[in-house]
Design a binder for this molecule. Structure first.
Ligand SMILES: C[S@@+](CC[C@H](N)C(=O)[O-])C[C@H]1O[C@@H](n2cnc3c(N)ncnc32)[C@H](O)[C@@H]1O
Length: 243
């Protein structure tokens, strides 16, 4: 399956995305740390802080994969809160489950193999939803965001951490070279799959800009939408509240 198929929205994209993440699951965390020079960990910590979690809160880490965000969220909702870790790729969730079991607060994490486009959660259930490097991979991003809105309680917060479009122009050009040539090569060496990492770079290029994503969130019913660029806009955190 070519990475062009993974670009087009629809069922073909979901299958390709599952196949990519299934293939790289065991090396996913290592590849992230190497390719981001470790910076992704700071981005994830900042994203979890944006949830403003209280003890006892119920939160979901969607497209949660190997569970980094769920693991960071769990101590913040202790002792009686709950973190749903939801992903449709069994291999990614398997790594997440193992990591959660070995972590303080891991018993508060409930892994669920499920589709973010049809969340297995009732309406108005959650205090927070976090999605890290996930919405770009959804076969229907607007539908996924509608589901996130549905499962949040009124006043609940959505935090979306995603790759974006860096500035200024000279830095964007440097990043373009890095992502076009080095990321697929490093993906092949570290995770044994150049195609999955070529998909990563083309999907980032095709992704909406930060103001475009903010406009979509407002259109879908989120209020007080804000965003913070990270590392010159390589990634962005969007926050929205269910009004
Ligand atoms: C780049 S990984 C992100 C993992 C984790 N959130 C992180 O920040 O490291 C994207 C994840 O989205 C999942 N995914 C994509 N589409 C999905 C869907 N419709 N439902 C559930 N999971 C999905 C993939 O299986 C993959 O594990």
């Amino acid at each position: 399956m070519g990475h062009t198929e993974a670009q087009a929205p629809g069922p073909g994209k979901a299958m390709a995305v599952r196949r990519y993440f299934g293939a790289i699951a065991r090396r996913y965390d290592l590849a992230n740390d190497i390719l981001s020079f470790g910076v992704q960990r700071a981005w994830k910590r900042q994203a979890v802080r944006c949830l403003k979690l209280q003890p006892g809160a119920r939160v979901a880490d969607l497209c949660g994969g190997t569970g980094d965000l769920a693991i960071l969220a769990a101590p913040r909702v202790a002792p009686h809160g709950r973190v749903y870790l939801i992903d449709f790729t069994r291999e990614m969730l398997g790594v997440g489950r193992e990591k959660a079991a070995a972590t303080c607060g891991g018993h508060l994490i409930h892994p669920i193999q499920g589709d973010v486009l049809r969340l297995p959660l009732p309406d108005d259930r959650l205090d927070g939803v976090i999605v890290g490097f996930g919405v770009r991979n959804l076969a229907d991003m607007a539908q996924g965001l509608r589901e996130m809105h549905r499962v949040l309680k009124p006043g609940g917060r959505l935090v979306c951490l995603e790759f974006s479009h860096p500035t200024p122009a000279w830095f964007a050009r440097l990043y373009e070279l890095y992502s076009r040539f080095l990321i697929p090569l490093a993906g092949k060496i570290i995770a044994g799959n150049a195609q999955a990492y070529a998909y990563l770079t083309t999907s980032i290029r095709a992704f909406p800009t930060a103001p475009e994503l903010a406009a979509l969130l407002s259109e879908l019913g989120f209020s007080r939408v804000t965003w913070v660029p990270l590392t010159r806009g390589i990634a962005v955190i969007h926050v929205g509240v269910k009004g």
